[in-house]
Write a protein that binds this ligand. Structure first.
Ligand SMILES: [Zn+2]
Length: 333
């Protein structure tokens, strides 16, 4: 596969704090020889683990972008051991627009791995992350949220690991992040995965990785942001990168298996009967789709195909057939 056309303004082998851009060549009408500026910060200090922190993989997910932006400004080389690489706006065009997918190519970065160095901008970014950044790293964390259309209970996402060693390290990251919930994938997330997500990219390069779903709804809440900031510091501490950090007592994480999503099977306005964290039983009506265009029509009841707890829910009231309105999870065992 050809080399990436992306060039870096930072030297990944240098110690100290560097800030600049990954330059993705993008020749367009308004800028014939221009490039897309993907912000990057590296902090290096001698021997230690290499860690990649990413946010803005989906541009309308803001909790991680704010937490990592603060980290870029606050962390100094003397605070750490090893090498930290931070992408605050991994899919820069999407993040700049506040959209899930890139407005340039409609690319969804977390469905674009392993990418293509000569493909669309989103495919080129995916390729650079997988082929250039991941191989430098021992750990990778990609911070998501429900974005504009969903809101999640704060949840860490991880695979089970392909080996006992991988499993142990993944559980350590989960315990360090200390979110109230963890979605443990039963497939994917390991070395052999064909996943198009950053977790798949990490797995193919032997990098221990987690993702997280942190609130959402196109907004930011103080409590979730505090949880992310605490979790990031605790993860860096747990892998030996932040020796001076004093981690407080863990609150504990409930491990979940996602049963599946409940989908709208009609168009209209969705009235949820359930909220985040509520329990549902198979066959329960969990909401109704109303038809104000024909107000004499009976609403369409939405049954849950699953038992479990509401882990995420749709935000916009208007739904179309095929929209996810709830995701249902149950205890992992
Ligand atoms: Zn996302």
């Amino acid at each position: 596969m050809p080399d990436s056309l992306i060039t870096s303004e930072v030297d990944f082998d240098a110690d100290g704090k560097q800030a600049g851009f990954l330059r993705l060549p993008h020749s367009v009408h308004r800028s014939a020889y221009g490039w897309i500026p993907i912000p990057i910060v590296t902090i290096g200090n001698g021997d230690g683990p290499s860690v990649l922190l990413m946010s803005g993989t989906h541009g309308d997910e803001y909790e991680g972008q704010i937490a990592l932006t603060k980290l870029c400004r606050e962390l100094e080389p003397g605070d750490i051991r090893g090498r930290l690489i931070i992408l605050t706006m991994a899919n820069y065009p999407a993040a700049e627009a506040g959209l899930r997918s890139s407005p340039i190519d409609d690319g969804n970065l977390n469905r674009s791995f392993p990418g293509d160095p000569l493909g669309t901008p989103t495919q080129a970014i995916a390729h650079y992350i997988e082929e250039v950044l991941m191989p430098m790293c021992d750990y990778a964390c990609d911070f998501h949220s429900g974005g504009s259309s969903l809101v999640y209970l704060p949840t860490l996402l991880r695979g089970r690991g392909q080996t006992a060693e991988e499993s142990r390290k993944l559980v350590e990251l989960q315990q360090a992040f200390d979110a109230p919930y963890a979605w443990v994938f039963t497939g994917g997330g390991g070395r052999q995965t064909t996943s198009r997500t950053s977790m798949g990219a990490a797995g193919r390069k032997g990098v221990i990785s987690i993702m997280a779903e942190l609130g959402g709804g196109g907004s930011v809440t103080p409590s979730v942001l505090a949880l992310v900031e605490r979790g990031v510091s605790r993860i860096l501490h747990s892998v030996g990168m932040l020796p001076g950090y004093r981690a407080d007592a863990a609150k504990g994480t409930r491990e979940l298996r996602v049963q599946g999503s409940v989908y709208a099977y009609g168009n209209g306005l969705f009235e949820p009967y359930k909220d985040l964290g509520d329990d549902v039983e198979t066959g329960d009506s969990v909401g109704a789709i109303h038809h104000p265009e024909e107000p004499w029509r009976e609403p369409t009841e939405v049954p849950s195909p699953y038992d479990g707890m509401v882990l995420c829910k749709r935000v916009p009231g208007r739904v179309q057939r095929g929209d996810c309105v709830f995701q249902i999870a149950t205890d992992f065992e």
